[in-house]
Design a protein around this ligand. Structure first.
Ligand code: HSE
Length: 403
C-alpha cells in the first residue's frame, strides 16, 4: 500500500479524498497498488469529517514521514504552497498539484528540483481542470511545432459571457449569478480580470515552447468592461464574445502570448463552448487543429486529474517522468505591438461613424445599437497601429480582436 498526503482541504483537496475513496478499486488497479491518504494538512477544523485522525496542522509531520511518498498540493497560492512543495520535493516525495499560480510562477524551479531529486512534479489539473491537456502537450503533440494555442481557459468568465449572450444579463448581474452558483470566488478578481487565464496560457506556452513564461510578460485584459452593446455588435458580425488565452508562434521561435476578450466567429468550434466549460485548441504544423474540451473547474472534475497524477506517480515511483522547461532566460515572448489581426472597435460621438470611416477606410460598419455611437470591423492591423488609431479617435467604448 502506498501512502499519500493532501495539503489543503478546500474544494479540490476534499474532492481528491473523495475520488481516492469512492474509486479506490479503479485507482488501485491502475496504480498497481492501493493508495491510502495518511494525512490531510489544513489549518481549519472539519468536525463533520469521519476521518478525524488524518487531519494535521503541522507540515513537518508530512515532510518527516518516510512512509508518505506522494503529496497532493491543493492549497493554492504561491506562499505556503511554494515552501511546502519545495520541501516535499527536497525530501524525495512526488508532488501533484492543481495550483496554476504556483506552476506559472515557480514551475521551472520546482521541476528542476524534482529532476535533481528524481521525483515527479505533475500538474495535469492546473489547466482546464479535468480536461486532459498537459499530457497531450508533453507527449502526443511533440512531433509538431505548435503554431497556435487558443483557449477558453476560465470557467467563471465563460459562464458570465454565456449568460450575457444567451439571457441578456449585464456583467454585474451575470457575475452575481456565477457567485451564487458557486462558480466564481467571493473575490472573483483573478477570474474576471484575466489573471487565472493568464497563468494557464503561461503553463501551456512553457510546455509548447520549452522556456518558462512569467505572467508579467503576458499582456492580460479581462472581461469587466464588456457590455451588452458589445455582445449585440458581435452578433451582427456573426460572432460571440469569448475570453481567450492565446499563444502564437513566430518563425524565429519567439511567440506572442496574451489574454483578451475576442469576437469569435460562430464558425469556430470555440464559439460553441458555453457555461463553465473550457476548451483548448492546439494547432500543430503536422497535425492541424485539435481541440480538448470538458469541465474546466469543479470539485470532482479537477480532483479526477489530480488523482490521475497520483496514479502516475505510483506507477513511476522509481522512474521519473522527464518533464521540464527552461528557466525563462531565453525571453521568447515577443511584445504584442507587432501582432496583427482584424478588430472590432466602438466609439461614441455624434460624428463617430465619419471618424471611424476616416481612420479605417473601407472598414465594415456595423448598425449602431444605440444613439450617439458607431462600431465597425477593421481590416487586419497590428496592435501598435490599433493603439495609435485609438489615440486619434478618443472616446473608445470597446475594442477587441477577431478570431
Ligand atoms: N476559477 C477557475 C475558473 C477555477 O473559473 O476556471 C479553475 O481553474
Amino acid at each position: 500500500m502506498m501512502k499519500a498526503a493532501i495539503m489543503g482541504f478546500g474544494t479540490v483537496g476534499s474532492g481528491v479524498y473523495e475520488v481516492l475513496d469512492r474509486n479506490a478499486d479503479v485507482v488501485a488497479k491502475n496504480a498497481g497498488d492501493s493508495i491510502e491518504v495518511k494525512y490531510i494538512l489544513d489549518l481549519r477544523d472539519f468536525p463533520d469529517a469521519p476521518y478525524q485522525e488524518k487531519f494535521i496542522k503541522d507540515f513537518a509531520i508530512i515532510e518527516n514521514d518516510p512512509e508518505v511518498s506522494i503529496v497532493a498540493e491543493t492549497m493554492g497560492g504561491k506562499g505556503a504552497a511554494y515552501e511546502f512543495t519545495k520541501r516535499c520535493l527536497l525530501a524525495g516525495k512526488h508532488v501533484v498539484t492543481s495550483n496554476k499560480e504556483l506552476v506559472a510562477t515557480h514551475g521551472a524551479e520546482l521541476l528542476s528540483i524534482a529532476k535533481e531529486k528524481n521525483v515527479n512534479y505533475l500538474f495535469e489539473a492546473s489547466v482546464g481542470g479535468g480536461i486532459p491537456i498537459i499530457r497531450p502537450m508533453f507527449q502526443c503533440l511533440t512531433a509538431n511545432h505548435m503554431t497556435h494555442i487558443t483557449g477558453i481557459l476560465n470557467g467563471t468568465t465563460n459562464y458570465i459571457l454565456t449568460r450575457m449572450i444567451d439571457a441578456g444579463l449585464d456583467f454585474e448581474t451575470a457575475l452575481k449569478e456565477a457567485q451564487e452558483k458557486g462558480y466564481a470566488e467571493a473575490n472573483p478578481a483573478a477570474d474576471v480580470e484575466g489573471m487565472d487565464a493568464c497563468r494557464k496560457i503561461c503553463i501551456l506556452s512553457a510546455i509548447a515552447y520549452g522556456d518558462h513564461v512569467y505572467p508579467e510578460f503576458v499582456e492580460t485584459e479581462g472581461i469587466t468592461k464588456i457590455t451588452l452593446q458589445d455582445v449585440a455588435y458581435a452578433a451582427q458580425a456573426d460572432c460571440v464574445v469569448k475570453l481567450l488565452g492565446r499563444a502564437v508562434l513566430n518563425e524565429d521561435e519567439t511567440f506572442y502570448a496574451f489574454v483578451a476578450p475576442h469576437f469569435v466567429s460562430k464558425t469556430c468550434p470555440l464559439a460553441c463552448v458555453d457555461d463553465v466549460f473550457n476548451a483548448i485548441m492546439v494547432t500543430g504544423d503536422m497535425l492541424g487543429d485539435s481541440m480538448f474540451y470538458g469541465q474546466g473547474a469543479g470539485k470532482l472534475a479537477t480532483a479526477s486529474a489530480v488523482v490521475a497524477d497520483i496514479i502516475d506517480c505510483a506507477r513511476h515511483n522509481k522512474k521519473r517522468r522527464d518533464l521540464g522547461w527552461g528557466d525563462g532566460s531565453r525571453k521568447l515572448v515577443r511584445p504584442l505591438e507587432g501582432f496583427a489581426s482584424r478588430w472590432y472597435i466602438r466609439v461614441s460621438g455624434a460624428d463617430a461613424a465619419e471618424k471611424l470611416a476616416a481612420v479605417f477606410p473601407g472598414c465594415n460598419m456595423l448598425q449602431a445599437v444605440q444613439e450617439g455611437e458607431a462600431a465597425c470591423i477593421t481590416d487586419e492591423l497590428t496592435t501598435a497601429d490599433m493603439k495609435k488609431a485609438q489615440e486619434a479617435l478618443s472616446a473608445v467604448l470597446g475594442c477587441m480582436r477577431l478570431l
